[in-house]
Design a protein around this ligand. Structure first.
Ligand code: ADP
Ligand code: MG
Length: 395
C-alpha cells in the first residue's frame, strides 16, 4: 500500500495546530478513539492541553516546535489564522489536512470569493479596496455596505458598516488602510451553515444545515433542522459540496451562507477550514460529530454517517454572563434532562469570549430553541441576581 492510501490507526500520534475549544474537542474525540494527541499552542492554559498527551507551548511558526510536530503521523489545524506556510512545510514530512493551500484560501476574503465564483456559486456583490484611490462614487451601488478587512477578521471584528462614500473613507482609515473587501449589505432572511466532511471525490458527506442566529456579530444559537423549505436546504448542501470539490478539500470544511430576500436566494458568505461553532450540535444530536470526522479524515478514513438523530438547538455561553469571582449557576442547564452542557475550561473570562455551549434536544427545532433561549435567559438572570446580591451586601 502506498503512503498516501494507507490509513493511520490508533494508537498513532495526531497533531493539531491550536489548542482552543475546537482543539480541545478534537483532542477528546481522538483520545476516545485511541489515538495520542500532540497540541501546539503558545498559551500555557490552552483548553486542549488538559486532554492532550503532549502540549508544545510555542508559537505556531516556531521552527523547533514544528520540527517536533513532524513526529505526528498526521497534522491538522483548529483555526485558519495559522501560517499556511507552516502547514506546507509540515506536509513535506507528514500527512497534513486540510492543505496549506486550502487554509490560505479561507484566510483571505478576496481569495475566498474568487474560489466561490470559480465553483459557480453566488457571493454578495463586492469590491476590493487596496488604497484610497480605489474609493470613489462608482462604489455607491454597494451602499449601504460593510467594509471588512481581507484577512484576520472573526466574530464580527475587523468590520465596519458604512452608509456613504464619506463613511467608507473614514472606515478604511479606521481599519488602517489594510486591504479590505466592501460588501453590499444584503437583506438577510436567514443564515445557515453546512459542515462538509470530505476525504476525496467519492468519500464525502455533509451534516444537515444549521440555522444560525447572531448577536453582536457572534453566533448565539444554531437550530437544526433549519426552519426553511427542504429545497433550499438541499441546494445549500449541494453548494457546500460543490465548493469543497472545487477546492479539492480534504478534511472538515464549514460553509456559511446567507438566505436572501423573499425568493430565498443562497449566497456563500465565507468558509472555515475546520470544524465550526455552528457544528457543535453534532456532538449531541448526530450519529457522528464534526470532531470525529476531523480525526477520521486526517487519518485517511472515510467520513462516518452524518444523520441528525433528534431536532436540537445549540446555544453559546459567552464570558458576559460570568458573575464577578464566581461561576454561573450551572444547575439551570444541568437540571434540564435534554440539555447537554459543554464548558471549555478557559481560565480567563472576558465579555464576548466563548466559554462553553449547551445543546437542547426537543420534538422540533423551534421548541428546542424556545427552551434554549429560556435556559440562557435564566443563566443570565441568575448572574444579574448575584451581582445585585453582592452590590446590596456592599451597600
Ligand atoms: P466573521 O468572520 O466575523 O464571521 P462574517 O463575514 O461572517 O464575518 O460576518 C459576521 C456576520 O455579519 C454575518 O454572520 C452576518 O450576520 C453579518 N454580515 C456579514 N456580511 C454581511 C452582508 N454583506 N450583508 C448582511 N449581513 C452581513
Ligand atoms: Mg462568519
Amino acid at each position: 500500500m502506498s503512503f498516501s492510501s494507507s490509513c493511520i490507526l490508533p494508537p498513532a500520534m495526531l497533531g493539531i495546530l491550536g489548542g482552543g475549544q475546537l482543539g480541545a474537542m478534537f483532542t477528546v474525540a481522538a483520545k476516545t478513539m485511541g489515538y495520542q494527541v500532540m497540541v501546539l499552542d503558545p498559551d500555557m492554559n490552552a483548553p486542549a492541553a488538559q486532554y492532550a498527551d503532549v502540549h508544545i507551548c510555542a508559537a505556531f511558526d516556531d521552527a523547533a516546535a514544528l520540527q517536533n510536530m513532524t513526529r505526528c503521523a498526521a497534522v491538522t489545524t483548529e483555526f485558519e489564522n495559522v501560517s499556511a506556510d507552516s502547514m506546507r512545510w509540515l506536509a513535506k514530512f507528514t500527512q497534513v489536512s486540510p492543505s496549506g493551500d486550502c487554509v490560505a484560501i479561507a484566510q483571505d476574503r478576496q481569495e475566498e470569493k474568487e474560489w466561490i465564483t470559480r465553483a459557480g456559486l453566488a457571493t454578495v456583490p463586492f469590491a476590493i479596496i487596496c488604497n484610497d484611490s480605489d474609493i470613489d462614487n462608482h462604489l455607491e451601488v454597494l451602499l449601504p455596505g460593510i467594509l471588512k478587512t481581507a484577512t484576520l477578521g472573526y466574530d464580527g471584528k475587523g468590520q465596519i458598516a458604512v452608509g456613504t462614500i464619506g463613511e467608507l473613507r473614514a472606515a478604511f482609515l479606521q481599519l488602517q488602510n489594510v486591504r479590505c473587501v466592501l460588501e453590499k449589505k444584503v437583506d438577510l432572511r436567514a443564515e445557515i451553515s453546512v459542515v462538509v466532511a470530505r476525504l476525496n471525490e467519492q468519500q464525502v458527506a455533509c451534516f444537515p444545515p444549521a440555522e444560525n442566529q447572531h448577536e453582536n456579530g457572534i453566533l448565539a444559537y444554531s437550530l437544526v433542522p433549519a426552519r426553511l423549505p427542504q429545497s433550499v436546504l438541499q441546494q445549500a448542501e449541494y453548494m457546500a459540496l460543490k465548493l469543497a470539490h472545487t477546492m479539492n478539500y480534504k478534511g472538515v470544511l464549514a460553509v456559511e451562507m446567507f438566505v436572501v430576500g423573499s425568493e430565498m436566494q443562497l449566497i456563500v458568505n465565507e468558509v472555515a477550514p475546520r470544524p465550526h461553532n455552528s457544528g457543535h450540535y453534532t456532538l449531541d444530536a448526530c450519529s457522528s460529530d464534526q470532531f470525529q470526522q476531523q480525526v477520521r479524515l486526517m487519518c485517511g478514513l472515510p467520513p462516518a454517517a452524518t444523520d441528525l438523530l433528534q431536532p436540537c438547538c445549540m446555544a453559546n455561553i459567552l464570558g458576559d454572563i460570568w458573575p464577578a469571582d464566581s461561576e454561573p449557576d450551572w444547575c439551570t442547564v444541568l437540571n434540564h434532562s435534554t440539555a447537554s452542557l459543554h464548558l471549555y475550561g478557559k481560565k480567563l473570562v472576558r465579555p464576548g469570549r466563548k466559554m462553553g455551549h449547551f445543546t437542547v434536544l426537543a420534538e422540533d427545532s423551534e421548541q428546542a430553541w424556545q427552551t434554549a433561549q429560556s435556559l440562557h435567559l435564566r443563566l443570565q438572570n441568575d448572574t444579574q441576581n448575584l451581582y445585585s446580591t453582592v452590590l446590596n451586601e456592599l451597600c
